[in-house]
Write a protein that binds this ligand. Structure first.
Ligand code: 13P
Ligand code: SF4
Length: 303
């Protein structure tokens, strides 16, 4: 961290001057995760934490949909994202028209949208879900058929455990769709002690090979609790980097895939963002109000 120390110091000083809080996703690099974040977590934890913020300013270190969720839950606060280009292949895969298409195809079926969506899509949906509560949210729907958008793999993984007829939009995450079941099998054959820990955005045949599947915080919790000799985190690369120092007894096996969107957030950009108080995230108030209902319903069902 020595190289980053001046940035970390400057960010932490400016953060106090601006009365700002830094909410960071588990995929942030270690300098951000350990150096400047006030709170780290998965998407659900970040959304819940956003409802508790007392500071005037939220700096969202993550991707755009996460910053939008913070703004939706805090319309009167300033929400900054250090790089507006921090998108998400899932959020980009569907629009509000796509939701209407699904409703026309499956009349009466409720729409459960992953939080990895724009505010417009959340507003057009009945409720949101994250990777940590998707199954329980789908199960809580009254209808036998449930529409899940936009992640086909999360939907298929939920469908495998659900009593519902889950129909879905064909979106996918560019990080998790790259993993294959054949690769998992050959890693395991090469090293029978290896524990494979996967995120539910991976294809179902990859999840079937895993010893544990969970949200990013679920994965961290499982590794901390079980301390396997060797683990492969079938998710974004920063996950292992962020926890490896505190778990010297665990060897983290490669490969991992990098999320190019998450990696747009850097210490330099966080400092600039706090300095200029930009770029600021805005959500149309009418859309925000409807989107808030979808997010709040999810939070209420998850607590
Ligand atoms: P989590 O909610 O599990 O943190 O996932 C967010 C995400 O974007 C994973 O790719
Ligand atoms: Fe989106 Fe995938 Fe990146 Fe997560 S890892 S932000 S789902 S592109």
């Amino acid at each position: 961290f020595a190289l980053h120390a001046p940035y970390i110091e400057a960010i932490n000083r400016l953060k106090r001057e601006r009365n700002a809080v830094i909410l960071a996703h588990n995929y942030m690099t270690p300098d951000i995760y350990h150096g400047v974040a006030d709170f780290v977590g998965d998407s659900l934890q970040l959304a819940i934490e956003a409802t508790r913020v007392e500071e005037d300013v939220i700096v969202q270190c993550g991707v755009h949909f996460m910053a939008e969720t913070s703004k939706i839950l805090n319309p009167d606060k300033t929400v900054l994202i250090p790089d507006m280009g921090a998108g998400c292949s899932l959020a980009e895969s569907i629009t509000a028209e796509g939701i209407e298409e699904m409703r026309a195809k499956y009349p009466g079926a409720p729409v459960v949208s992953y939080v990895n969506t724009t505010a417009e899509v959340k507003a057009a949906s009945d409720i949101c879900c994250t990777s940590s509560n998707a199954l329980s949210i789908v199960e809580s729907m009254e209808s036998d058929t449930v529409i899940m958008t936009p992640d086909q793999f999360l939907a298929q993984n939920v469908a495998a455990q659900s009593t519902k007829n889950v129909v879905y939009w064909p979106g996918s995450c560019i990080v998790h769709e790259l993993y294959t079941a054949d690769d998992m099998k050959s890693y395991r054959e090469g090293d029978p002690e290896l524990k494979i820990i996967a995120h539910p955005e991976c294809p179902p045949d990859v999840v079937a090979e895993a010893d544990f599947t969970g949200s990013t915080s679920g994965i961290i919790g499982w590794v901390r609790e079980n301390k396997p000799k060797k683990a492969m985190l079938v998710t974004e690369c920063s996950m292992a980097s962020n926890i490896s120092d505190s778990l010297p007894e665990v060897e983290f096996a490669k490969p991992c895939n990098m999320c190019p969107y998450m990696k747009k957030i850097t210490l330099e950009k966080i400092l600039w963002s706090l300095h200029t108080m930009s770029p600021e995230v805005h959500v149309d108030p009418q859309i925000a109000e409807r989107a808030r209902q979808s997010v709040q319903k999810m939070i209420d069902l998850s607590s």
